[in-house]
Design a protein around this ligand. Sequence first.
Ligand code: TIU
Length: 223
Amino acid sequence: MNIPAQPFPYAFDLAHSALVIIDMQRDFIEPGGFGESLGNNVALLSAIVPACQAVLQAWRDAGGLVVHTREAHAADLSDCPPAKRLRGNPELRIGDEGPMGRILVAGEPGNQIIPELAPQPGEIVIDKPGKGAFYATGLHETLQQAGISHLVFMGVTTEVCVQTSMREANDRGYDCLLLEDCTESYFPHFKAVTVEMLRAQGGIIGWTAPSAPLLDALAPPRR
Ligand code: TIU
């Protein structure tokens, strides 16, 4: 398959590609979670949910591999460096009890992926202690075993966990595409410049495209 993208068309083959959905968790998208505790207006993020659902459905229907990530820490916070927990002056710190359970702790209600994008059996779910999906996870090994060379990214937030994960993936040799209408930031200008910088310099980190041409490419041929 070949879809229009920037800085030039993105070619991929579904058998060697994975859809990677970064941190579409209640903690970032709903009030009362980690995102809001940092002082952010979380209302902006839910706008991308319908576009993410459409891509996820099309990718599943086409039989592609799906990876979901969650930013999550162990209940004893042994995988949360003090530098992360103590940074800044949030209303609630990682591990504190919030309206949706302990902030950014695995298994808590706020740590779950939103129901609209809930993982299905057989899909890969990665709990990651960092911003990047490859740091201290087995994601690279899992993708290598599955023969994956191309990654299509969606999720939040564009300039934090999505960008970090895409950069980590690029350094590990994956060809990465970011779907522009399936990612969002608490800061619209950060999203805009992140999309621009990732594809600058001839695709220095990867490609970007709206989801529409991908949906067209994934649609079953008309008879
Ligand atoms: N704060 C912020 O924008 N993001 C994060 O802390 N994590 C993710 O991006 N998932």
